[in-house]
Each structure stands twice: as structure tokens, then as C-alpha cells.
Ligand binder design. Structure first.
Ligand code: CMC
Length: 428
């Protein structure tokens, strides 16, 4: 017998089941509340609302814990590769050597884009943001591949999944090449996933491009750390859009748009722009922190704060370590890293940030690494999208495998005028 919560409304008591997750997280199941009582719950920003039961990613924001399918992020970061993590998230367990070889082969087969995508990217303005270009291109996949659009056909879904993971890096690289006026590079399938992406980004038809293993490994790590983060804004977008039974490409295209926002994935670009502006204006880190405390939301300390983590973001700790290592290996210690460290130290001992439990998040140092390896700031969020893709796919697949599958349709409390009557235009 499930434990019950009691709710009293207008003198009547309603019993609501308490649901418990595998890590002891508890929720009051209100799914029948409106039918029983006529009352709904109100939770703007969904800070107290569980939208689903999920077995993909576990976060304990107070303790700074993140696990993919039960495995701590620190272990995944130490031992895994991005494609292995993609398999783990999408299929639910670590792959055997054969599984990994098969998925790697299948994804490698699909890296090329339909030739007409050259015209597609070519038609966009030169300064098109890569996130807008990638979202449009992923949406357009449904026009190129009508053979894999049925969310209820497992074989079609599998092909769509492999196509997406294979093609998003090619799309991001095409978007970048178009913006700088260089030829778009075809993938080279003898390279691994991350090496191939670096080649498409930085290679040209005129010169040999050697993938630097330090850069390759740093990028692989960053993709792993971004691979899923349970029901955040973009994952929830993918689920909500996906719940309309639209195809996977369309749902992921919406997720990319959601991730672009500066309060979400777009923060990594904003962080590096913030660090550069502190450097270029010659203001001190302390002065900037004072501005960020002024309560004016236009000057937040970007890369600080998180809806879930009220402690250190475990991904940030790993990235900070990697950041020093990569910059040392590349001999590229920058003023930007120094400013970031100064900002972090000041904020972590400042009452404003301490009392609000604002800690540096995943985006605080990732941009410093991207910057050091030569990735332009407007591509940072596209890097996040490539990393997050397996997580979105896993969320979409879990939604479609759920026996309680329903179209997402929140309710509201209406606050507009009560019934009023139409006034003819001459009388207004
Ligand atoms: N700088 C200064 N003040 C802040 C910041 C910040 N970065 N973040 C939150 N606050 C303050 C905010 O003004 C508010 O103060 P008060 O209580 O006096 O009104 C309090 O802290 C709580 O803020 P909130 O906006 O209610 O918190 P939230 O949980 O709704 O927002 C957040 C979370 C991530 C949107 C927010 O912390 C933020 O805007 N951070 C900067 C952007 C950023 O780094 N985003 C990346 C998030 S991690 C990557 C990802 O998962 O997408």
C-alpha cells in the first residue's frame, strides 16, 4: 500500500499517493487531483514539478552528485568516450565491445550530409548563428529522410538516432565554414567521431590537418560532461514537442532552439564574452562581481547559479581540472582563465552568492577551453548541443516507451477579463 499524503480543500480531505524513486526522492502524485477535486496545482518554472519518471540521469543538487544510468560522472569522465556514453544513455547500459564497434560503424556511415545541404547552408546569411543554422538543418532532416519519421517504428527510430548523432557535427562544421567563407569539408571516416569533427571545423582542402590528441581528448571530455542533465529546459522541450507524436528530428530541432537561450546552454558563449569584456575594459573582477550583485539581471555573473545545483556542479570541478591541464599542455594559459579564477574566488566568498547558494556551473570554465583550442565563441553552444544530443534522444525514447504516454498539456489559472462583449470598431 503506497504511503499517502492528505490535502484538505473546502473541508474535504483528498488522499494522494506518495511515489518514491530508487534514490529515495519523493513526490506527491497529483495526476488525479483535478478529476477528484476540480483543483489544479500551480508551479511557474516547474521548480517543484516532476514531469515524468526517468531512469536515465540522477542528480542530487545539494550534494553535487550526477550519474548517468547510475554511474558517477567522475567515473564516466575518467574511463569513457563520447560514443560509449551516447550508447549508455540511449540504450540503457554500457556497450559490449561488439555493441560499441557496431554503433561506431553505423554512425560513421552516416556522417555525410545530403549534397543539397551545401545549398541549404549557403542560403543562410553569413552571420547566421550556428544554433539557428543547426536547428533549421536538423528540422530539415525530416524532409530529406521521410523513411525514418515514425516514432512507433523501432527500426525507423534507430536509423533516425544514428543519422542524428552522425550528422549534427557535420552540420555544425558546415555552419561554421559558411560563416567564415571557407569550403565545407566532407567528413573523413577514417577519423574518430571527435577527430572528424575537428577536421571538418579546422581543415581546409589546401593543407593537411593533423588532429592534436590533447585537443581531441579535451573535446571528447566536454561532450561527455554535457551528454545529459535530466529534465532541464531543452530536454523538457524535446519531451513536450515529442509528446505530440512528431518525428525525432523535429523534437531535437526544438531542443536545440531551447538550449540556445542565455539562461541555458547559451551561457557558455556569454561567459567568455563576459571574461573578454572584463579584460578589454580593464575593470577588476571585484568590480564586476559588485555589478552582478546589483540585482540588475542584465549583468548576472554568467556561468554562476543553477536551478538544481545548490552546491558545486560536479561537471564544473572536472572541467576546471581539465582546463588547467589543457592550457598547460597547449602552452596557452590565458588572461581569461586568470579572470575566471579571480571571479570564482571572489564570488565564493561573497555573502550575496553564498547565501543564494550560487556556485560556478558547467559553463563557467568550458568556454575557456573552447577558446584555447580555437573554437569561436558563437560555436560554443553548438558544442553543447552536440554533447547533449544523446541525452535528448534518450529522453525522447523513454517518453515513447512510457506506458503512461500522454501528449503534454499543462493547465493555467486564467487572470484575464471575465466575460466581456465585442465592441464594433466605430464605437471604440
Ligand atoms: N548572478 C547574479 N545573481 C544571480 C545569478 C547570477 N548568475 N543567478 C541567480 N542569481 C540571483 C538572482 O538574482 C536571485 O536573487 P534574488 O533572490 O535576490 O532575487 C537568486 O539568485 C535566485 O535566482 P533565480 O533566477 O531565481 O534562480 P533560478 O534557479 O531560477 O535560475 C539560472 C537559475 C541558471 C537561470 C540563474 O542562476 C542564472 O541566470 N545564471 C546565469 C546563467 C547561467 O550560467 N546559466 C547556465 C546554467 S548551467 C547550464 C545549463 O544547464 O543549461
Amino acid at each position: 500500500m503506497a504511503e499517502m499524503a492528505e490535502l484538505r480543500i473546502d473541508g474535504k480531505t483528498y488522499e494522494l499517493p506518495i511515489i518514491e524513486g530508487s534514490e529515495g526522492e519523493r513526490a506527491i502524485d497529483i495526476s488525479k487531483l483535478r478529476n477528484q477535486s476540480g483543483v489544479i496545482t500551480l508551479d511557474p518554472g516547474y521548480a517543484n514539478t516532476g514531469s515524468c519518471m526517468s531512469s536515465i540521469t540522477f542528480i542530487d543538487g545539494d550534494k553535487g552528485i550526477l550519474r548517468y544510468r547510475g554511474i558517477p560522472i567522475e567515473e564516466v569522465a575518467d574511463h569513457s568516450t563520447f560514443l560509449e556514453v551516447a550508447y549508455l544513455l540511449v540504450y540503457g547500459s554500457l556497450p559490449t565491445a561488439d555493441n560499441l564497434a557496431n554503433i561506431t560503424e553505423s554512425i560513421t556511415l552516416h556522417t555525410m550530409l545530403h549534397e543539397d545541404f551545401k545549398r541549404f547552408f549557403g542560403a543562410l546569411p553569413k552571420d547566421a548563428h550556428p544554433m539557428a543554422a543547426c536547428s533549421a538543418a536538423v528540422g530539415a532532416l525530416s524532409t530529406f529522410y521521410p523513411d525514418c519519421l515514425d516514432p512507433r517504428d523501432p527500426r525507423q527510430v534507430e536509423i533516425a538516432v544514428h543519422r542524428l548523432i552522425a550528422k549534427l557535427p557535420t552540420m555544425a562544421a558546415y555552419a561554421y565554414k559558411h560563416s567564415i567563407g571557407q569550403p565545407m569539408m566532407y567528413p573523413r571516416n577514417e577519423l574518430d567521431y571527435v577527430g572528424n569533427f575537428l577536421y571538418m571545423l579546422f581543415g581546409t582542402p589546401c593543407d593537411e590537418y593533423e588532429v592534436d590528441p590533447v585537443i581531441r581528448n579535451a573535446l571528447d571530455l566536454l561532450l561527455i560532461l554535457h551528454a545529459d542533465h535530466e529534465q532541464n529546459c531543452s530536454a523538457s522541450t524535446v519531451r513536450l514537442v515529442g509528446s505530440s507524436m512528431v518525428n525525432l528530428f523535429s523534437a531535437i530541432s526544438s531542443g536545440i532552439q531551447a538550449l540556445w537561450g542565455p539562461s541555458h546552454g547559451g551561457a557558455n558563449q556569454e561567459v567568455i564574452e563576459m571574461l573578454a569584456s572584463i579584460r578589454d575594459q580593464g575593470i577588476s573582477a571585484r568590480e564586476f562581481v559588485e555589478r552582478a550583485k546589483a540585482g540588475d539581471d542584465t549583468a548576472r555573473l554568467m556561468g554562476f547559479g543553477h536551478r538544481v545545483y545548490k552546491n558545486f556542479d560536479p561537471r564544473m570541478k572536472i572541467i576546471k581540472g581539465a582546463c588547467r591541464e589543457v592550457l598547460d599542455k597547449l602552452g596557452a594559459r590565458t588572461r581569461l582563465l586568470e579572470i575566471a579564477v579571480e571571479l570564482e574566488e571572489i564570488a565564493l566568498s561573497d555573502e550575496y552568492f553564498v547565501s543564494r547558494k550560487l556556485y560556478p556551473n558547467v559553463d563557467f570554465y568550458s568556454g575557456v577551453i573552447y577558446n584555447a583550442i580555437g573554437i569561436p565563441s558563437n560555436m560554443f553552444t553548438a558544442m553543447f548541443a552536440i554533447g547533449r544530443l544523446p541525452g535528448w534522444i534518450a529522453q525522447w525514447m523513454e517518453l515513447h516507451g512510457d506506458s503512461n504516454f500522454k501528449i503534454g498539456r499543462p493547465r493555467q489559472i486564467y487572470t484575464g477579463p471575465t466575460e466581456t462583449h465585442y465592441t464594433p470598431i466605430k464605437d471604440r
